[in-house]
Structures are given as structure tokens and as C-alpha cells.
Design a binder for this molecule. Structure first.
Ligand SMILES: CC(C)(COP(=O)(O)OP(=O)(O)OC[C@H]1O[C@@H](n2cnc3c(N)ncnc32)[C@H](O)[C@@H]1OP(=O)(O)O)[C@@H](O)C(=O)NCCC(=O)NCCSC(=O)CC(=O)CCCCCCCCCCCCC(=O)O
Ligand SMILES: NC(=O)C1=CN([C@@H]2O[C@H](COP(=O)(O)OP(=O)(O)OC[C@H]3O[C@@H](n4cnc5c(N)ncnc54)[C@H](O)[C@@H]3O)[C@@H](O)[C@H]2O)C=CC1
Length: 725
């Protein structure tokens, strides 16, 4: 758990807990023992702390936070013990020094880091604060503004930035351990008082009050209902306003509040869920552990519309050479201009600058209308209109032109992967890669395997996700896959609520207060109402193919709302036309304001259809929207479309703006309690028997009958599958 060794007069304590030397109680005990041994040995004149495998430490063992053992007071006293040592202690930071790992380093008298090391206090991202005196020491070392930024955002900073901030004393390009031992020998006998951070005052700011006031407003705005950022702020404020010991007491109190909050549990669940989905498998036995990806040295993107532009930008940022193809020169020029604009913006944001992205080099990014140029690419991503006939035509062409083994990906939102694959001679190489808009920003990549998709194809798509710095989630093939399929009943409920008496702004407000970045109507306006309209026309739910005499508010015996279709018929497509569920300042405008036209249109609609208006409270809005979405999630799990609830949660957090501090929809259902979710669905379903989305799924009922088991056991009630958490 920690090795103790000697290098002449320097005692070397090496933290050992692979892979990242997380600080378990055993590691902490061994660290304490090492420090005491060094202290007691008169031949030891200095101490050096480092980590095994060239990683300092990723911080406290996160799994330990849910263990019943008391651990919260375990690290702070050890950091104090390090700092109060009468022999100089040097931290040799390699790899990562995060959370409790960095707090250990802050207790040391000197810090030396490898140039590639990363440092940070990311506790806020798992619902906590740096509870081992980090909120008190960091501001004393690097000043209040920089410390507040690091602690409230949890960002990791590279060693070069750490040096500029004064967080480390030195950075080295070669052997950090040797350099740290050299430094330890050099500082033997030098006074330690000035190196003890707890004794240092916080560098004063001329306008401290105003700075704190403004910082709090910013933190609250970014937190959107998440508790940890504000409590991190309060702990740092205590450092600014109180003596060290009092600040530490305040830090401990606030840490306790967070530790026992449901939000910390949800965020820690989300942390492990994101890692669990990397270990994908399919019902036919394909698995991450046996499938090997193939290299992607060159790629192609077909269609440079909304999605294609973002996908090209992502690939360029990942340094993958590519060909970008459009249907004709007019669309090509439009697409090229849009891509270049995005890339210029991205280059400006990146430290390395435009030149490093190299997108002006035709050998790295080539624009064309010629399909023959795709003959040597390893992977193609198709992003043309959502139209089955068009997609099949393109895939047929690709299977003839592309080299054997090339991966053929479709960025469809909902269409059948098997049908698209049937147009090719290589269905094993066809896979869905569902990006989210804007594709160069959103982290989610839903990866959909078809009946014939090979394990290599899945592994390659997962590797692509990693290269693009996205979270890949492997799911099965069904209409809408996982994300959109769960979204359909949610949006449907939102529209039914309008029919029954609510307004878009009221529904959005409830869901935004819950923590969604955008409510369903603001989201639909952003995505474009025409997208769903086209899909409903293709499905024969509206438009000319609808049989005469079909009741306006019913399809195949189920309730249907024509409201979104009626809006589209008026040319109200959302932001792009300046009008949708809201009105905007102009076509393409982004500021949504409630629209009196829509309100009177809704009244007229209700009168026409003899719908009695009633007041709908917030609870009903929340429950009908969320529980119908969750209910679909249970159906998806039962069908084996996703191999565990964590997949659904990772999809919702990373692709649909679900508030991370609520852990994802399925985790949220587990916190509400499945019996309550079931009871509410039963109640709403009785009132609306013609709405299948409200009819409780058999799997949900089964789990309730089984006594509401914890989320990690859910899958065992289906078959032999079990959750990877
Ligand atoms: C470090 C990373 C950026 C690395 O990323 P990457 O290379 O992509 O690798 P990963 O796949 O993410 O990680 C590999 C593997 O390691 C697991 N892991 C990573 N970090 C931790 C961790 N801190 N604890 C436990 N496990 C960890 C990860 O899950 C993977 O395994 P898998 O799930 O099986 O695939 C990245 O990993 C990262 O960002 N890590 C998290 C960094 C972080 O958030 N650190 C802060 C932790 S909280 C903290 O330090 C708290 C405090 O400051 C307060 C101190 C209070 C008191 C502390 C007392 C400590 C005692 C604990 C009780 C233990 C109980 C017991 O021993 O029984
Ligand atoms: N817009 C969104 O938010 C999302 C869309 N999708 C899916 O991505 C796909 C593309 O959607 P958008 O980018 O929104 O569409 P879009 O309409 O903005 O762009 C489609 C592009 O494809 C081009 N194209 C059409 N036929 C072509 C051909 N034969 N050869 C080459 N290019 C051709 C068009 O010229 C157009 O530029 C669709 O399948 C859609 O369902 C997926 C996720 C989100």
C-alpha cells in the first residue's frame, strides 16, 4: 500500500494502489507509518513522497465514500502531519495528483512535477469538496481567484500552468524521482516555516468583498441546482475570512453536508457508470474483452449539414485525415464555409492554435463531390437527410467503392441499421454512430450494432469515440435506439399537457427547475420541429398518406396530438424560422419568448376539440414527463437493447442535458423508489388509458414485486446478465 525505502539521507515513501494509487484507508495507514518511521530515524534528513507506476495519486478511493467505515477525518490529519514534519518533505508528482492526492502534495514543503503531470481538485465533480484541508491550503499558495476557479470547477491543469500559478516549485522533463531526491538533499537544514502553507496568509485582493460577491453569482449560475460548487465556494471563502484552524473546521462541516447529500451519491454513480459502459457486450456474446479495433488512418464524412459539419470538426480535432463529401458543388461550398468557420473557432480556443490543427492542408482535409475519392478510407460516417431510400442508395454505393474492411457508419437518429446494412454486400461492417448536436461539442456517441455488425466494427467505433474524446455507449437496434426512444414518450406527454391546459413555458420551467439544460419545448425549437414532422410523415402518422377519416387526435386507437404538425404547417419550425413553440427575435434567433399567438392558437385548438382545460400542477408535469421516459427505459432493458441501467443514464447525462447530480433517469427512479414510480404510472394510466407510454412496463412491475432491489441488481431479475457497476 506504500513502500518505504532509502536513498542515502532521504526516506522515499511510494504510494502503491494500482492503477492510480487511490488513497484507501490502507494506503493512508502505510503513509502515516512511513512518515513516523522517517521521523523517528535520526539518519533520515529529508522525505520524498511519490507514487507507484509514475502516477502520484488520483485522490481518495471514491468507492470508499459509500462504505460504512468512517473515513472522513482520515486524510486531513495526515496532511497536517506531513506539513509539521521537522524534516523537509518533497512531493514528486508524476501522472496525476488529484483530489486527496494533491492535498497530500500541498502538505509537503516542496513540489516538483513532471512536465506531463496533471493536477486538480476535482471533488466538486463527484459532489464533494477537497475535505483534507485543500480548500484552506490552495488559496494560501496560489491566491484566491485561481484557487476558487480550480476548486469550484474541478478542472485539471497541466504542470506548465501549475508552475505559472506557483502550485509547483519546479517542473522536469526527465526523471522526476531523481530530481525530487536531489531537491530533498539540497534543502536539508533550511528553515521550514515559510514552506508550511497553513502558516501563510492568503494574498489579499484590493476588492475582496466585490470579488467574492461576483464569484458567488457565477458559481451559482453554473451550478444549476448542484450543491457542491456553492459549498466549495463557501469553504474557500472561509479560508479568506478565518484563521486556518477555523477554516478547516468549516471545511469539515461542509464536507459532511455534501457527503451525506444524495447528490454526491448520484455523481459518484455517474463517474463509475461512465467507466462501466466502456466494458460493452452484446446478447450474442461479443465483448470488449475479446474484440480488437482496427486502425482508422483516414476517414470520410458524407453530408455537410448540421451534423456533418460538427462531425468533420471532431475528426479534424482528433487529428484524423479525412475527405468531406457533398451532393453537389453548391452544397459543398456552403458546407466547406461552415466547417472552416467552426474549425477557426475551435483553433482559437485551443492552446496550440490554428496551425497545429492543420485543416488548410488538403492532405488532411479534402472537400469533394466525387465518391471515388473514398476508395482508400478506413471509415465513413454518413450524415445525409434522414431518409431510408437515400441512406440505402448511399450505402449501396459505399460497399462498392470502399476498400474491403472499411467501416460504414450511419448517423441516423432512428432508422433501422439492419435495413441500411441490407443495401451493402458487407453488413458486418455497417454500424450506427449517432452523434448529438452540436456534434463537435456534445460528448455522447450512441453506437448501434445491427444483426450482422461484427465485434471488430463495434470495437472500432468505441475506439473512435475515445479518439474524439466522446463517451461511446453500445446499444441495440430499435426505432430511436435508446436516447430518442426514451425521448418520444417524454415529449409526447409534454404536448398532451398543452392540450389539457398547460403552456410551453410552464412545462419547460418545471423541467429546467429539475435541472435539464432545456425543457422539451425549448429543446424542440432548437432541434427544429420539421425534423420530427418529416419522420411522422414517413411513418404515415400525418401528411398526405394519412387515410381519409382518421380521427384528428387518434392513431391506431392510441391518443395522438396533431399540435406539432399544425405548427409545422404554419411554417413554425422553431429557432430556424424565428417561430415555433416560442417566438424569437428573428429567424435563427436564440432568445425564446412566450408567444401570445401560440396561447390563442392553443385556446382555439382546445375549443375545436372540446377539450376541457384544467390547471396542471408542477408535480403532474414532472411525473408524467419523467416517469414515461423512465418507463420506456425499463422496456428497453427488458428487450436487451441496452445491457444495464448505467447505459441509459450515461446516454441521458451526456446527450440530453439530464442533470448529472441526479445520476441519470434510471438512477433517479431508484432514488424516488420503484414502488412510487409504478404507483404514479398506474394512476396516470388509469386516467389516460389510450396512452401506452403511461402503461407500466412489465419489468418495472417485476422489480417492484421483487421488493425494489438496488439498481446494481436490476439486471439479475431479467436473466443471467448483471449490471457492471
Ligand atoms: C485520474 C483519471 C483522470 C484517470 O483517467 P483514465 O486514465 O481515463 O482512467 P480511468 O478509467 O478513469 O481510471 C482507471 C480506473 O481507476 C479507477 N479510479 C480512478 N480514480 C479513482 C479514485 N479516486 N478512486 C477509486 N477508483 C478510481 C476508475 O474507476 C477506473 O477503474 P474502473 O472503474 O474499474 O474502470 C480519472 O480516473 C479520474 O478523474 N479519477 C477521479 C479523480 C477524483 O475525482 N479524485 C478525487 C477523489 S475524492 C478525494 O480525493 C476526496 C477528498 O479530497 C476529501 C478527503 C476526505 C478524506 C479521504 C479519506 C480517504 C479514505 C477513503 C476510504 C477508503 C475506504 C477503504 O479503504 O475501505
Ligand atoms: N440535426 C440533428 O440534431 C441530428 C440529426 N441526426 C441525423 O443526422 C443526419 C443528418 O442530419 P442533419 O445534419 O440535421 O441534416 P441536414 O439537412 O442539415 O444535412 C444533410 C446534408 O446531407 C447532404 N446530402 C443529401 N444527400 C446527399 C448525397 N446524396 N450525397 C452527399 N450529401 C448529401 C445535404 O446536401 C445536406 O447538406 C440525419 O440522418 C439526422 O436524422 C442525428 C442526430 C442529431
Amino acid at each position: 500500500m506504500a513502500q518505504y525505502a532509502r536513498s542515502s539521507a532521504v526516506a522515499v515513501i511510494r504510494l502503491c494502489n494500482p492503477p492510480l494509487n487511490a488513497l484507501s484507508l490502507a494506503v493512508l495507514q502505510a503513509l502515516e507509518d512511513g512518515l513516523k518511521k522517517a521521523d523517528a530515524d535520526p539518519s533520515v534528513k529529508a522525505v520524498m513522497i511519490c507514487g507507484e507506476n509514475r502516477k502520484f495519486s488520483a485522490g481518495a478511493d471514491i468507492r470508499g465514500f459509500s462504505s460504512p467505515k468512517r473515513h472522513e477525518g482520515a486524510l486531513g490529519p495526515i496532511v497536517s502531519l506531513i506539513e509539521s514534519s521537522e524534516k523537509p518533505v518533497v512531493a514528486a508528482i508524476e501522472g496525476v495528483a488529484l483530489g486527496g492526492g494533491l492535498e497530500v502534495a500541498l502538505g509537503c514543503h516542496y513540489r516538483i512535477a513532471h512536465v506531463k503531470a496533471q493536477m486538480g481538485l476535482p471533488e466538486v465533480t463527484i459532489g464533494l469538496l477537497p475535505g483534507a484541508e485543500g480548500t484552506q491550503r490552495l488559496p494560501r499558495l496560489i491566491g484566491l481567484p485561481a484557487a476558487l476557479d480550480m476548486i469550484t470547477t474541478g478542472k485539471h491543469i497541466p504542470a506548465t500552468e501549475a508552475l505559472k500559478l506557483g502550485l509547483v516549485d519546479e517542473i522536469v522533463e526527465e526523471n522526476t524521482i531523481e530530481a525530487a531526491i536531489r531537491l530533498a538533499n539540497k534543502v536539508i537544514g533550511q528553515p521550514l516555516g515559510p514552506r508550511r502553507l497553513s502558516l501563510k496568509p492568503i494574498p489579499r485582493l484590493p476588492n475582496m468583498e466585490a470579488f467574492l460577491r461576483e464569484a458567488l453569482v457565477k458559481v451559482k449560475k453554473q451550478a444549476r441546482g448542484c450543491l457542491a460548487p456553492e459549498l466549495c465556494f463557501q469553504a474557500v471563502r472561509a479560508a479568506a475570512e478565518r484563521p486556518f484552524a477555523e477554516g478547516v473546521r468549516r471545511e469539515r462541516e461542509l464536507f459532511q453536508v455534501l457527503l451525506t447529500s444524495g447528490q454526491a451519491r448520484a455523481l459518484q454513480y455517474a463517474f463509475f457508470a461512465e467507466r462501466a459502459v466502456r466494458r460493452w457486450d452484446t446478447p450474442s456474446g461479443a465483448s470488449w474483452s475479446s474484440a480488437a479495433p482496427q486502425p482508422v488512418r483516414k476517414a470520410a464524412v458524407i453530408g455537410l449539414g448540421t451534423m456533418g459539419r460538427g462531425i468533420v470538426t471532431s475528426l479534424v480535432k482528433a487529428n484524423i485525415p479525412l475527405v468531406a463529401l457533398e451532393q453537389d458543388l453548391e452544397y459543398l461550398n456552403k458546407g466547406r464555409k461552415a466547417v472552416m468557420l467552426l474549425l477557426e473557432r475551435e483553433a482559437m480556443k485551443m492552446e496550440r492554435g490554428a496551425q497545429a490543427l492543420d485543416f488548410h492542408n488538403p492532405a488532411r482535409l479534402q472537400f469533394t463531390v466525387d465518391f471515388d475519392l473514398l476508395h482508400d478510407v478506413d471509415l465513413v460516417i454518413e450524415a445525409v437527410f434522414e431518409n431510408m431510400a437515400l441512406k440505402k442508395e448511399i450505402f449501396h454505393k459505399l460497399s462498392k467503392i470502399c476498400k474491403p474492411g472499411a467501416l460504414l457508419c450511419t448517423n441516423t437518429s432512428a432508422l433501422n441499421i439492419d435495413e441500411i446494412a441490407s443495401a451493402t454486400s458487407c453488413p458486418q461492417q455497417v454500424i450506427g454512430t449517432h452523434f448529438f448536436s452540436p456534434a463537435h461539442v456534445m460528448r455522447l456517441l450512441e453506437i448501434i450494432y445491427g444483426r450482422h455488425t461484427s465485434p471488430t466494427a463495434i470495437a472500432t467505433a468505441m475506439q473512435l469515440a475515445k479518439a474524439l474524446k466522446k463517451v461511446g455507449v453500445v446499444v441495440g437496434n430499435c426505432f430511436g435506439f435508446v436516447g430518442n426512444r426514451m425521448m418520444f414518450p417524454y415529449v409526447q406527454q409534454a404536448v398532451f399537457l398543452l392540450e389539457e391546459g398547460s403552456r410551453p413555458e410552464a412545462v419547460d420551467q418545471v423541467l429546467e427547475d429539475f435541472g435539464f439544460k432545456l425543457g422539451p419545448f425549448r429543446m424542440s425549437d432548437l432541434a427544429g420541429l420539421d425534423v420530427g414532422w418529416r419522420s411522422r410523415k414517413d411513418q404515415g402518422l400525418t401528411g398526405p398518406s394519412l387515410p381519409a377519416g382518421t380521427p384528428a387526435r387518434q392513431r391506431q386507437g392510441q391518443r395522438y396530438s396533431p399540435l406539432p404538425d399544425l405548427l409545422c404547417e404554419q411554417g413554425r419550425f422553431g429557432q430556424k424560422t424565428g417561430k415555433g413553440w416560442y417566438q424569437y427575435e428573428r429567424a435563427g434567433g436564440r432568445t425564446a419568448t412566450p408567444d401570445p399567438w401560440l396561447h390563442s392558437f392553443l385556446s382555439h385548438y382546445r375549443d375545436t376539440h372540446h377539450i376541457k382545460t384544467r390547471f396542471i400542477d408542477q408535480e403532474e408535469i414532472l411525473e408524467r414527463c419523467l416517469f414515461s421516459l423512465i418507463n420506456e427505459g425499463f422496456a428497453i432493458l427488458a428487450e436487451g437493447i441496452a445491457s444495464g441501467p448505467e447505459h441509459l443514464d450515461v446516454i441521458y447525462i451526456n446527450g440530453y442535458g439530464w442533470p448529472k447530480h441526479r445520476g441519470g433517469p434510471m438512477f433517479y427512479a431508484s432514488t424516488v423508489g420503484l414502488p412510487r414510480v409504478l404507483a404514479k404510472l398506474q394512476k396516470y394510466s388509469e386516467v389516460h388509458p389510450d396512452v401506452p407510454g403511461l402503461r407500466p412496463s412489465a419489468f418495472l412491475k417485476k422489480l417492484v414485486a421483487a421488493g425494489n432491489p438496488p439498481i446494481k441488481e436490476w439486471m439479475s431479475y431479467l436473466s443471467q446478465q448483471s449490471s457492471k457497476l
